[in-house]
Design a protein around this ligand. Sequence first.
Ligand code: LMR
Length: 396
Amino acid sequence: MFEQIERVPGDAILGLIEAFNKDTNPQKVDLGVGVYRDARGNTPIMRAVKEAEALLLKNETTKSYIGSHGDPRYGEVTLPLVLGADSPVLAEKRASATQSPGGTGALRLAADFIKSKLPGKDIWVSDPTWPNHLGIFPAAGLTLHKYPYVDSDNRLDFDGMLGALKQIPQGDVVLLHACCHNPTGFDLTREQWQQVLEVVRERGLLPLIDFAYQGFGDGLEEDAYGARLMAENLDEVLITSSYSKNFGIYRERTGCFIAIAKNTEQMENVRSQMAIVARENYSNPPAHGSAIVCEILTSAELAAVWRDELTEMRDRINGLRRDFVEALKPHGLDGTFAHVAEQRGMFSYTGLKPDQVDRLRDEYGIYMVRSGRANVAGLSSENLPYVTEAIAAVSK
Ligand code: LMR
């Protein structure tokens, strides 16, 4: 039977890890997969996480199952972080949290829920979006469409986006990036979020908000503006969140599917369905990542350490954005790449074309996604002159 199985190329983003590791160029620079890097190019374990793990190792008493919704404490710490400690949605008891294996797992839960419980609803994603969105939803059987997000000059195309949202059939699902848009780094302003809310309301759309980078844009609270606006002003909203990036626990697969319903009764109904969706996918989520998060967020001391570390990461990335543009000045390219300083989060849609990205890889050992997406955290004061000179060379 297997003779008819074709070989396919590996994942475009994850494949870069392997290609980079194999490269023997001593000056190589990894601007590929979205993991945070410090000034030395390492992805360290955060101090708060190390301390939490030491406590867990000492105090853990069982490895028994944690249940399809995950650790109940996990929902109690995640909902206020995402929705706001004094969110009316929490006071009204209309939000439910289901722990998931990473943000990707939460997206798959959302996809399966939509497919099986909201039949006939299509999903609309930004063009471009995180490439895995294009895989997850069709894999669950949903029909996927795109709305414009970036124009041909590599700027946010908000008019195009809003115009397209107004054409989406009533009741369909629209995926929005809460902050730190992946891959572009172009985020909506507060006024633009308000306008999107109006269209979503008018068309009766169901927003699915992918919230994988809370704290990497302007701050934990600031980055939640759009997600909270939707949650507080609409009856029904889905949110998928992740601790991979803001706790640096990528491999622990620690995400959350949040369903907001009109009232407690409907929320409980949806919640009961989510236990089945989770059960049929993987039964119970992994426990270690959620235990780390609970340990930290229920300790004022560890939470303060974590917040400081997150601020450090965010400040470093935003500083690198400015330094990058500055370093391009002598090459006369600071205007061409000025948008990099304005984008937010780990990624920048640089505007570099696939053939330029190929040359950067082949001639300089600089790795980024072929769409021109660069992980800004991979830059450092050490490699900045090398990277900007290489960019200048391929931009001629
Ligand atoms: C990325 O976009 O690089 C990250 O979210 C990692 C991934 O899974 O693709």
